[in-house]
Ligand binder design. Structure first.
Ligand SMILES: CC(C)(COP(=O)(O)OP(=O)(O)OC[C@H]1O[C@@H](n2cnc3c(N)ncnc32)[C@H](O)[C@@H]1OP(=O)(O)O)[C@@H](O)C(=O)NCCC(=O)NCCS
Length: 177
């Protein structure tokens, strides 16, 4: 059995194709059972095309972190400093846009180091709070975020295909904030 630990690195544009395939799969794995297949297909095409990933990876307001095990992608997170939210108290808010661990790696100590790396990036940007939107029907993720110091501060809509859903908005302080 391998003892190599997963390693975290910052993604670049050359990772667009791999990330597109992985991000589609883990989003589908997470939400397909609770959503209409047509809505799911529309959203996957909209959000995770290779060209969209390439554009986001080239955006200086974003950082995408990849977790790899023996060269295979097992988790990713993306952070964005271009968005605020009126429900989030912060001078310099940083949005945690995506946070996904492959199902085979859940409960194996990948999520916490990835969140620590997210905090490091946000702090380097001068962020004083992290915020995110999470589907109200995703209790596993909400529990994880609560364990990581996030608190619910509001709600917002999220549109999956043609389905308008409700996300909880959560906030965690950064540094001494
Ligand atoms: C939300 C998510 C990132 C959490 O990751 P996770 O690995 O499942 O969560 P945890 O790190 O809390 O681990 C789960 C359990 O394994 C345990 N665990 C963590 N690291 C461990 C390790 N190295 N060894 C043994 N057990 C470990 C934890 O203690 C936890 O148990 P608890 O719930 O009783 O505290 C993950 O479930 C996920 O990617 N889900 C799908 C995508 C998703 O919903 N993303 C959010 C969209 S907004």
């Amino acid at each position: 059995m391998s003892t190599t630990l997963p390693a975290i690195r910052i993604a670049s544009a050359v990772d667009a194709a791999t990330l597109s395939v992985f991000a589609r799969r883990v989003f589908h794995d997470t939400f397909a059972a609770d959503n209409d297949p047509a809505d799911m297909a529309l959203y996957l095409d909209y959000a995770f095309s290779e060209s969209k990933q390439r554009g986001e990876l080239a955006d200086p307001a974003r950082v995408c972190l990849l977790v790899e095990h023996e060269g295979v992608l097992v988790a990713y997170a993306s952070v964005f400093r271009g968005s605020g939210n009126e429900q989030v108290t912060a001078g310099h808010p940083v949005e945690l846009e995506r946070f996904y661990v492959d199902g085979a790696w859940h409960g194996r100590g990948v999520a916490a180091p990835l969140m620590a790396a997210v905090r490091e990036v946000a702090l380097e940007w001068g962020g004083d709070a992290l915020w995110l939107g999470v589907w109200e029907r995703n209790p596993k993720a909400i529990r994880f975020y609560e364990k990581q110091g996030f608190e619910r501060v509001g709600a917002q809509t999220f549109t999956l295909g043609a389905d308008v859903q409700r996300d909880a908005v959560m906030r965690a302080p950064l540094g001494a904030a």
